[in-house]
Design a protein around this ligand. Structure first.
Ligand SMILES: Cc1ncc(COP(=O)(O)O)c(C=O)c1O
Length: 390
């Protein structure tokens, strides 16, 4: 667990590049060393030479990553994990069970699987609701509710939830209930939930923060001292920590987060606009399009519209599967947020863990495809879509 370290209040790009590490005090190296050592020498039993004893408990490369991510989200503490799912699992272990969580309807399939197939066995119950209507959250809260978990923009329907409004309502009706936001789709470049009243921010750093489809990671960022202590205890006790090498790779990735996000968002606008005029397309879901139901809210809440575009195609599932196989630049693959454009079919891929009846109820149609727009030349992306759609 690490506190943010920057004393000045620089802009995002400066924080992303300098984070909490300027150069190595011993050698002058401008990139942080990768401390692979799992254990650290002690002068006498219980008297370590430095603050480090064992790498699961604390690692110098992980420390730098944690304080950099804390600075980017504007939080006091960050804890890094081996995946986004490991971050959520650790949070779920921070409260004595039995307890209850209110979940947004449209969450990542793996998040849903953790609640419905893993933690449900350990006495944790949950209620899902449509958080675009925040009053529904208040109705779902029970005496046992410990926190609200929401994703905005959501996965894969790109719904926008008003974080500040949810925060106001829960403060009025249930101030003891915490608010946790999965900020994976937006990244700290586009949105800082802690500034809007959230207590905990979660990231799958596997996505935009990593940005190159080569690191699995997760993070929790928060301000509360006692909860941070508890999570730090669990980070060590449970042990789902990232490797020093992955921490280093994330530190390298984060230096270009602002440049990549800006290019991602520009490309996504071009692709969404193109698709919204295509005769083979039934519906384009992109928060940056003026017909998106929460366009006004997202314009207020986020600094740009993100780079995920969901599209409902005309035709049947077979037509959609053929379209996916015809693409040449877009890679048919799960995951998102990397420099290369990815496309996937939520009903059979990322959201297959959600029962078909629930998928239909919340609007994940069988002809929906989700695009993670990369930062290739946008004209090439359009040509690829054009040839595959025709
Ligand atoms: C919004 C969101 N949250 C959490 C996760 C889980 O992250 P990970 O795959 O790093 O465990 C994902 C994975 O796709 C995701 O899309």
């Amino acid at each position: 667990m690490n506190k943010k370290a920057l004393k000045l209040d620089p802009q995002f790009g400066t924080k992303a590049i300098h984070g909490s590490f300027h150069y190595d005090k011993v050698t002058g190296a401008v990139m942080p060393p990768i401390y692979l050592s799992t254990t650290y020498a002690q002068k006498a039993p219980g008297e370590p030479i430095s603050k480090y004893e064992y790498s699961r408990t604390a690692n110098p490369t992980r420390d730098i990553l944690e304080s950099t991510l804390a600075a980017l989200e504007g939080g006091n503490y960050c804890l890094a994990f081996s995946s986004g799912c490991a971050a959520l699992s650790t949070l779920l272990q921070a409260f004595p069970s039995p307890y209850h969580v209110v979940l947004s309807n449209d969450v990542y399939g793996g998040t849903m699987r953790l609640f419905s197939q893993v933690f449900s066995q350990l006495g944790i119950t949950f209620t899902q609701c449509d958080m675009t209507k925040p009053e529904q959250i208040i109705k779902a809260i029970t005496a046992q509710t410990r926190f609200i978990w929401l994703e905005t923009p959501s996965n894969p329907l790109l719904q926008i939830i008003d974080i500040a409004h949810v925060n106001e309502l829960r403060k009025q009706h249930a101030p003891e209930v915490l608010l946790a936001v999965d900020n994976t789709f937006a990244t700290p470049y586009l949105q800082n939930p802690l500034d809007l009243g959230a207590d905990i921010v979660c990231h799958s750093t596997t996505k935009y923060i990593g940005g190159h489809s080569d690191i699995l990671g997760g993070a929790l960022i928060l301000n509360d001292d006692a909860l941070a202590q508890k999570l730090s205890f669990l980070q060590n006790a449970v042990g789902s920590v990232p490797s020093p090498m992955d921490c280093y790779l994330l530190l390298r990735s984060v230096k270009t987060l602002h440049v990549r996000m800006s290019a991602h968002c520009d490309n996504a606008k071009i692709i969404a606009e193109y698709l919204s005029h295509h005769p083979r397309v039934k519906k384009v879901i992109y928060p940056g399009l003026s017909h998106h139901p929460q366009h006004e809210l997202v314009t207020k809440q986020m600094r740009d519209y993100g780079a995920m575009v969901s599209v409902v195609l005309n035709g049947n599932t077979e037509d959609v599967l053929q379209f996916l196989q015809r693409l040449q630049i877009f890679t048919l693959a799960e995951s998102l947020g990397a420099v290369e454009s990815l496309i996937e079919h939520p009903a059979t891929m990322t959201h297959a863990a959600i029962p078909a009846s629930h998928r239909q109820k919340i609007g994940i149609e069988d002809t929906l495809v989700r695009i993670s727009v990369g930062i290739e030349d946008p004209q090439d992306l359009i040509e690829d879509l054009e040839q595959a759609l025709s």
